[in-house]
Design a protein around this ligand. Structure first.
Ligand code: FAD
Ligand code: DLZ
Ligand code: SF4
Length: 516
């Protein structure tokens, strides 16, 4: 009998994937495709391409070892059509399947192309929901229906109830849903964490790294420190190490930043979660077990669980709820080009330089670096959201449109006009100084407000608040700040505006070749 053809995309590397469930191995051909379009729709960080290709090749090998027939198309296959649609068409010619069965993709762009498959191909096409997420797109839509503001906190409580995670009967363990107030400790002198495990490249990864150097040599980033988990077993080891060594202090230092300490107590599991090498619910249950066994405190475990069943699920629902408009959202009318130093790291701002260095070397920066240093800069400087979105999509190994776009457009840039966040995440140098050790050795002075040598975040902050006074004055969470601004008087206000202008005028716009 003609087989079922099951295309598995690069971020669907899960053995229990919905499209494989219930199929017989001798009646199924799995199709995996390395395609030029996916590798270049933006010029992804070299580590991201190497990670995805290596994880795909390992996954294909594991499936074949388990008895599945895998039709694997390599990037350098001379007949490679270059796109998912082109490769599925070629596979249909090769395999003459009776059905194409695929799990919905993570990205709007790919979903648009996939929606045309049924008309394009000679056999039926079945597109299944991606049930690796706890909350389906439809369920999020029902929750969001009729709400003007979509607050994560309320969504998160629903997810806690639904999963039973950290629940004590009908209420939250410990009596509170959220222990974030305990999770804002500034870094102590010399704060360092046990490093996250790195996995030395095996033969498959080494081959892929050579391919990436040869074919994508002009992409941003370095491959020297590549050590991402590329199999479910390695992801499991990474999760195990996190639970034992870093979870207990994850909460305390969640918002801390230390120069040169790239990971601190973060899990570095986003790449594995997003590829499908780890199961989010299983990970949260294991974190809960650490709390129940008395090995990790509640503020750490609740914080970790909230990132996954709260933020991660929430941004995915938010993405599908607001696409395609979210990609063009620009509520604050920001138009400035991205500065070139975001690519080169060539800046005297020590905080920005350190975040960009980590991004370049590791294809990773932790959340507070992304939000309160990089994102904050882009927000205050009024950089065009499309340019910022492109940058974030390029540079991180965990970046896919469904998770990058809501975080950048809505969380960091307030481009959605406040559907996600009740106030913009805007901060002056004072916040960065409190939460990091960056400022002490910076070429700029964080205590100097304006003029030569003053921390640029100070003038940028007030210039931003001033520019958007109409919008934010009535906001109960930040409106009061305008009292401080007014008390400064016109002379000081002029100095802030002039300092911001001098700094912004000095920024060299980025070369567009970094992105496409
Ligand atoms: P941890 O701090 O250990 O957190 C645990 C897990 O929680 C993460 O692995 C991740 O799966 C999840 N998580 C935490 N925060 C978020 C969030 N805001 N949204 C979704 N999941 C979250 N995350 C991505 O996976 N891909 C992206 O492209 C991405 N872009 C971002 C851009 C900006 C501007 C911001 C502010 C955040 C972005 N995030 C993104 C969210 C977050 O910064 C990363 O998930 C996190 O830094 C990954 O490192 P980690 O695994 O050590 O996370
Ligand atoms: C990101 C990426 C890259 C770089 N390359 C491939 C690829 O060659 N083949 C593939 O199946 N997937 C790749 N991906 C991940 C896809 O972009 C991702 O699966 C879709 O965007 C759907 O979310
Ligand atoms: Fe960043 Fe300003 Fe601190 Fe320098 S002084 S590290 S620019 S916040």
């Amino acid at each position: 009998m003609a087989p079922v053809l099951v295309p598995i995309l690069g971020d669907q590397l899960t053995r229990s994937l919905a499209s494989l469930r219930g199929l017989a191995k001798d009646d199924t051909v799995v199709l995996m495709m390395e395609v030029w379009d996916e590798a270049t729709y933006v010029k992804h960080h070299k580590q991201k391409i190497a990670l995805i290709f290596s994880a795909m090749r390992h996954f294909a090998t594991e499936l074949a070892e388990a008895g599945w027939t895998v039709d694997y198309v390599r990037l350098d296959d001379p007949d490679n059509a270059g796109s998912f649609t082109g490769e599925v068409a070629r596979a249909i010619e090769r395999q003459s399947p009776r059905l194409v069965r695929v799990v919905e993709p993570g990205e709007w762009r790919v979903a648009q192309a996939m929606a045309e498959w049924a008309d394009k191909f000679p056999c039926p096409v079945e597109i299944l929901p991606d049930d690796r997420f706890l909350c389906s797109v439809a369920e999020f839509g029902e929750w969001a229906e009729g709400r003007r503001q979509l607050r994560m906190e309320f969504f998160y409580r629903e997810m806690r109830r639904k999963t039973g995670l950290l629940m004590d009967g009908a209420g939250p363990v410990g009596g509170q849903w959220n222990y974030d107030a305990e999770n804002r400790k500034p870094p102590k002198e010399g704060l360092a964490a046990p490093p996250a495990p790195k996995f030395a490249p095996d033969a498959i990864t080494a081959e892929v790294i050579a391919l990436v150097e040869a074919r994508f040599g002009d992409h941003f980033g370095s491959l020297d420190r590549f050590g991402w988990p590329v199999t479910a077993a390695q992801a499991e080891q990474a999760a195990e190490a996190f639970m034992a060594e870093r979870l207990p202090r994850f909460g305390d230092y969640q918002d801390a930043m230390v120069h040169g300490e790239d990971d601190l107590f973060h899990s570095l599991l986003s790449t594995s979660l997003n590829l499908g090498l780890l199961d989010p619910l299983d990970l949260c249950r294991r974190a809960e077990a650490e709390y129940r066994a008395g090995r990790a405190p509640l503020n750490a475990v609740e914080g970790f669980v909230r990132q996954i069943i709260g933020w991660r699920e929430y941004v995915r629902g938010f993405y599908w709820h607001l696409m395609p408009g979210l990609a063009d959202a620009n509520a604050l009318g920001a138009t400035r080009p991205l500065p070139e130093f975001w690519w080169t790291g060539d800046t005297r701002m020590r905080c920005m330089a350190d975040c960009i260095r980590s991004t370049h070397d590791n294809a990773h920066a932790h959340h507070i670096q992304r939000l309160m240093v990089l994102g904050n800069f882009a927000l205050l400087a009024g950089i065009d959201p499309r340019a910022v979105q492109d940058w974030f999509l390029v540079v991180y190994a965990d970046a896919y449109d469904w998770v990058e776009l809501p975080n950048v457009a809505a969380m960091a840039l307030y481009a959605d006009g406040g559907r996600l966040a009740s106030k913009p995440y805007a901060a002056s140098g004072n916040y960065i100084n409190k939460m990091s050790n960056y400022c002490g050795k910076c070429a700029y002075s964080v205590t100097k407000k304006t003029g030569e040598g003053a921390c640029p975040f100070n003038a940028l902050y007030w210039d931003f608040m001033d520019r958007h006074r109409k919008r934010f004055e009535a906001n109960p969470r930040i409106g009061r700040i305008y009292g401080t601004w007014d008390k400064m008087g016109p002379e000081k206000q002029r100095e802030y505006r002039a300092s911001a202008k001098t700094f912004l005028d000095g920024l060299e716009p980025a070369n567009p070749n970094w992105v496409r």
